[in-house]
Structure formats: C-alpha cells, structure tokens
Design a protein around this ligand. Sequence first.
Ligand code: SF4
Ligand code: SF4
Length: 363
Amino acid sequence: MPPPRFLPHASLQRLFDVLSGHGYSVVAPQLRNGSIVYAETQNAGDLPWGVSLIQEAGSSRIVKGELAQCFAWANGPQALKPLLFAPREALWRISRGEGGFAVEVVETPRRPQAVIGVRACDLAALSIQDRHFLHGPYPDPHYGARREGMLLIAVNCTHPASTCFCASTGDGPEAKADFDLAMTEIEDGFVIRDGSPSGAQILDALALPEALAVQIDAANAGIRHAASGQTRAIPGRKLRDALMARLDHPRWQEVAERCLACGNCTMVCPTCFCHAETEEPRLDGNGSLHSREWDSCFGERHGHIHGKQLRPEIRQRYRQWLTHKLATWHDQFGRSGCVGCGRCIAWCPVGIDITEEAAALLK
Ligand code: SF4
Ligand code: SF4
C-alpha cells in the first residue's frame, strides 16, 4: 500500500480544483438552515469551518467549534442516500399515439460526481443500498446512472456525536474499504490515502508530500478517540432470533405511546429504501407520468394492501421497522440494517432511541 500523504488545510482548494479538472462536479458538506447538508460547490471555503454539531436524542444543533477545522462534527441529516436514491423522481412516461400506447423511460443524466466527506457508516449503508438497487434481478437504472460515476472521498470520524454507535455495529468510525480516497483531519490538514485506481489518479495529480509519522499518529489517535468516545451501543450484532421471539413484548406498546409515526427516522436512515409509486394521468387522457418517492413504514398507507390495513396501530409499525432493521434484514442482506449512524435518534422529534429500545426488548 502506498504511504499516506499530507494535504494542508491551506491547500484544500487544490483538491476541489483537481477534481473539477478531472471532470467531476464536487459535492461537499455545507451549512444550510441550521444544519450541515451536501450541496455542489467548487470552493473549499464553503465547507463548515470552525463549527461543531451537538446531537442528542431529539436534537441537533450547530455550535461554534474550538478548532479551525472543517470536519469537527459527526454527521448531518443526510447520508449518500438522497444523492443516489432521489427523494422524488419520475421513472417513465406513457403516451397514446396512433399505434397504441408507448412507454418512454425517463433518463437519469450520467455525470461524474465526487462526494467529499463520506463517513464510514455511510459507506457501509451504501454497500447495502448498492445490493438492493443494483445487485438484484432488476437493477435500478436511475440509481445506477448516478452511482456509476461517483467518486467517494471518505473522511474518518474524529468527533463522534453522543448519538453515534458505529463502533458497536462494526461500521466505523474509520473507513476501511469501498472508498476512492480517505482523509483524516488533524490540526493543520489531512492525512490522505487512496483506496482505488481512480483515487490514486487524483492523489498523484495533487503531488503531495508523504505524511510524517507524527501526522499519521495524530490521525490514528483521532480515530481511536472517535471510537472510545461513543457512549451508545447496540446490544449485539445478531439480534434476529431474540427480537423475533419478542413480538408480543409490552415494550412495543410503551414506545408506541411516544412515537408520532412521523417517519423522520426512516427518512434520515441511510439504509431505508422503501418508496411509494404514483401514476399521474394527463388531463387530456392521452398519457401519464409514473413517479416514485420515499415512503415510510410508519405511514398509514404503507401497510395498506388490497383493501386491508396490515398495521393499523403505531405499535405494529414501530415493531415492523425495528424488527426489519435489526432482525429480518439479516435474512435479506446477511447483516443488520443498522450501521450505527445515530441519525434516527437525533432526528426523532420525541427522542426515541433505537439502542435503548433494543436493549429494553432484550431484557
Ligand atoms: S437505524 Fe438509525 S442508527 Fe441505524 S442506520 Fe438507520 S438511522 Fe442510522
Ligand atoms: S420513532 Fe420518532 S422519528 Fe420515528 S416515526 Fe416515531 S416519532 Fe417519528
């Protein structure tokens, strides 16, 4: 493996310039509406410099950070999900012509995109989403078009939120695979290494010096701190049988009395992929547009099948979500559906905590 390099903060703009020069549009985290979200930019100055995110059960807020760093926070509400699996998109059009009805697939533009700041938990979630959208019998062309040219620039976590628990799921805080470049931020820059031929090409173009031993040690210490600083943990990686044996546990009703069935937890979850499809007819009766949008198993219509509501009570919907995520996901994907990002805890308006619920059910 080639030795890691050092990219000073003062030279971070060069990374943006080199990526643009190689034809990538660059997406990076930025401050928007009191949070940190992904958006396109050509400017390293747009990154969230000098801020931190305080995340607790039911809250996430920006505070002034002590350090002049741009990744001194764990994760915002988005993972890679909205960049690949669009929250709402048209899939195909049907139009009536002289020869009958014609179906036209709505093309998704293919353009290489480089994403800076991907966390280890989100890489783990991406590999699950790839399996769901691309590796089944019917690969999704819309997801596939966006995924094809995506360059992933991981940033190892050094500042965990109180809601993070990726160390217990085994998915973080260090990106170990499936990235093109991986960076760890230290006081004055980044220790950076490549993980693929495309990443190596970018790293060569940057022509950076080798990282010093003291810089590598500081980066490793930051990652160790992010693992040891996590205060939450999932109570085991193989909970399938234990949870499926507790489908009548009174805890489902207790959590249902707090749950608003708002679906926030599923919207922010980087592994959730449920969606609903709609057909919008044209007013002239000569065609329609078929679209899909994110849906949630907490919504009333999600369990509505052939005139019957399968899960009329919130207790049943919460149980469906948690037992799919932590139990039956193993049957589908050979692993849990939770990568420990903690977003569902921070963005739940009433602070319901998946680690706490799983532990209470297992008692
Ligand atoms: S269930 Fe919660 S903690 Fe787990 S991956 Fe989804 S949002 Fe993250
Ligand atoms: S667990 Fe929280 S975020 Fe999820 S549906 Fe219930 S109230 Fe909303």
